[in-house]
Design a protein around this ligand. Sequence first.
Ligand SMILES: Nc1ncnc2c1ncn2[C@@H]1O[C@H](COP(=O)(O)OP(=O)(O)OP(=O)(O)O)[C@@H](O)[C@H]1O
Ligand SMILES: [Mg+2]
Ligand SMILES: [Zn+2]
Length: 268
Amino acid sequence: MDTYFSLTKKILNANVDLFTRTKAISIDEMNIYNSTVGNETNCSKCNGRGYIAEVISEKNIKGHEIRCYMVLRECECLNDKKENRKAQNSGTQPLLQKTFENFMASSPWQKGIKSLAEENAKGKDWFFIGGQSGAGKTHICSAITNYQSRNKIQVNYMIWNDQINELKNFEDNTMMEKLKRVECLYIDDLFKKPRGQNGLPNLSTPDIDKTWELLNFRYLNKLKTIISSELNLEEVLKIDESMGSRIKEAAGKFIISVNGSERNLRLQ
Ligand SMILES: Nc1ncnc2c1ncn2[C@@H]1O[C@H](COP(=O)(O)OP(=O)(O)OP(=O)(O)O)[C@@H](O)[C@H]1O
Ligand SMILES: [Mg+2]
Ligand SMILES: [Zn+2]
């Protein structure tokens, strides 16, 4: 830091051009700003300030740099914080409280789920859990997602039947683009629709097409996807074989089916 201060002094005293002066001043400003500590976030990249100072230069018509400025760039941690706030204001807020620590594993089937989920949380393989309502599917998937988020991986929670309508909007594909590209996506309650006579949910063609588009993109780009559903994977395969087989391949051993109403914790 001292070197910059003395550099500024020297430059200001010397008879140098405006550009060199403003550059030295801007670098000083940048270094002072970047050495402060903030309490916006607990990020080490920006020391918790949420912003990182940079020096940019303005060029004249001939392409020569004529002036320098210090600007503040938003650090990615601030974006995560905004996303968290958004999640807190939406239906996904309760999911942030679900962790491995508060997932009870008193029965062997719960122990099995927990250990597989804990292993999955450390890597990029997909995770699929289907079956019995109230068995803790949303809880365990949220725990994986929250674990990833705590490890600085960018995550998104999608509640399928809430957000599928937004994905079907042909005029605005912002949500689709966001969910396609996020590093880790959790889709809760995939294909949750009332069941028809064949026992499968009554899905429209766009319901399936848009879900396929999202999952296929993530499959091709090897982006971690966590899925919970009242359907088991065999039922997903019946609805759309190419989608089910992609999930099957990407999740490998991380496919769980929970059966039996005695496993509904809401009824206990
Ligand atoms: N093993 C567990 N330890 C602690 N809490 C649990 C456990 N399993 C489930 N719960 C709690 O029971 C409630 C129901 O669980 P959850 O919502 O995860 O079930 P689900 O399988 O997703 O059900 P649905 O199919 O209806 O969405 C939640 O509040 C959840 O935190
Ligand atoms: Mg659930
Ligand atoms: Zn930061």
